[in-house]
Ligand binder design. Structure first.
Ligand code: S3P
Length: 441
């Protein structure tokens, strides 16, 4: 079956209000925390993408029942470590690094061996970042070269740990926090700042977790073995999905968009801070706080006067999934944009730094690369007219989205493979593009 799309025309001017898909990080966390709560949690607006559906399947395999009523998933938890594992089982995280890393944290006390597997992309990703702290807690873990498949067997003799998380990874931080929930005593993590949805959710659940800012880091203290009750949660829109429509609007002519009800947590809005430094004038309206999370409507207008940025690496973590699309803006901006210390990009669903540089060069943009630093020589006059074919990108959803937005804003005749990759995070991506006028075949 053909699994590619063709884009041969730029998008015409538009003026639209849209809703993007729900936040993936929050969706996965609500399911995992509901699996540890006492009683029923009701989660509405859950993202129904493959990563999230794999999270539901995983907790089900671990003995947690759920049903869907209308727009709401009802998940019944039996408290901390309330999984029901009778024999050795295998769980499949598919493409999701977040599910794979976080579920290991919840299995530190499992009674039976659990084998964790994933797809081709996830099987290339490094797990030493979570294996090391989990072993310190006392979990038994087997894996070859810190890659999947991983076997974990819990322990009855867990001990609280102190640990320096110095990658700035929310997956590592959340894995440790979830392990600490099931561990007696007080665990302390000195972490580099990264997305903080797990901490905010636990705070809203009145769980004893404390966060203190110390010299740019966050010191997180978690007291283990406290139960919390089932909860209600309505998942807001995902800024990572919104980012492609922000850039589509910015780089199109005479267009406007309002993206409604998006999570704009400070630890996620790097893209807005970066693009506004480049002159984008993106605005947040109707701001509100929902269970500790900031939510707003994002207003964007076309802008053909964008300028280069010397991007401070302190913004890296808050835009880590958005750099590919930010690079496209740099390619259309005046001057040389500089980005530093982006090694983590190569540890994602594909080697995004390598592929991003290759992509920019393939559309005629000069890029200097020094290890994990790149300089992008912008060309505001850049227009494409040749044929382009995108394939072999390990089905990385964000590379697919980047290719579509490039085709729709810069032109050229594009054949883009692996359309199904959108199901990882944003199943209605193409439908929304078509609704605002994109011609996609
Ligand atoms: C995520 C954290 C980030 C991000 C990923 C989702 C999360 O990964 O890239 O898409 O939900 O915790 P790292 O924590 O490894 O940076």
């Amino acid at each position: 079956m053909s699994n590619h799309i063709l884009i041969e025309k730029k998008i015409h001017k538009f003026n639209k209000k849209i809703v993007v898909s729900s936040d993936k990080s929050i969706s996965i966390r609500t399911i995992l925390l509901a699996s540890q709560a006492v009683g029923i949690s009701k989660i509405s607006n859950l993202l129904e993408s493959e990563d999230v559906l794999n999270t539901l399947k995983t907790v089900k395999k671990l003995g947690i029942q759920y049903k869907k009523l209308g727009n709401t998933y009802c998940i019944e938890g039996f408290g901390l470590n309330g999984f029901n594992i009778q024999k050795k089982i295998t769980v499949d995280a598919g493409n999701s690094g977040t599910l794979a890393r976080l579920i290991l944290g919840l299995l530190v006390k499992s009674k039976k061996r659990v084998k964790l597997i994933g797809d081709k992309s996830l099987s290339k990703r490094d797990f030493s970042r979570v294996i090391n702290p989990l072993k310190k807690f006392g979990a038994n873990i087997k894996s070859k070269k810190n890659l999947l498949p991983i076997e974990i067997l819990g322990s009855d003799f867990l001990r609280p740990i102190t640990y320096d998380e110095n990658i700035g990874s929310a997956q590592v931080k959340s894995c440790m926090i979830l392990a600490a929930l099931n561990t007696p005593g007080v665990s302390v993590f000195n972490t580099r700042v990264s997305r903080n949805h797990t901490e905010l959710m636990l705070k809203f659940l009145k769980y004893p977790i404390k966060i203190k800012k110390i010299m740019g880091n966050e010191l997180i203290t978690v007291k283990g073995l406290n139960q919390f009750k089932g909860f209600n949660y309505k998942v807001p829109g995902d800024i990572s999905s919104a980012s492609f429509f922000i850039v589509l609007t910015l780089l199109s002519k005479k267009s406007k968009i309002v993206i409604e009800n998006v999570n704009v947590n400070e630890s996620r809005v790097g893209i807005i801070n970066i693009l506004n430094k480049m002159g984008a004038k993106i605005k947040l309206e109707r701001k509100k706080i929902y269970k500790g999370e900031k939510i707003a409507n994002i207003h964007v207008k076309s802008n053909c006067n964008l300028k280069a940025i010397n991007c401070p690496s302190t913004l890296n973590s808050s835009a880590i999934d958005e750099f590919l699309i930010i690079f496209l803006v740099a390619a259309k901006s005046k001057g040389v944009s500089k980005f530093k210390d982006l090694g983590e990009m190569n540890k994602k669903e594909s080697k995004r730094l390598d592929l991003g540089v290759k992509f920019l060069r393939s559309i005629g943009i000069k890029v200097d690369r020094f290890k994990n630093n790149i300089n992008i020589h912008g060309n505001p006059k850049l227009v494409l007219s040749k044929k382009y074919e995108m394939k072999n990108f390990l089905k990385d959803h964000r590379i697919f989205f980047l290719s579509c937005i490039t085709a729709l804003t810069l032109g050229g005749k594009w054949k883009i493979s692996d359309k199904d990759s959108i199901n990882t995070s944003f199943p209605n991506f193409i439908k929304i593009l078509k609704n605002i006028g994109a011609q996609i075949h």
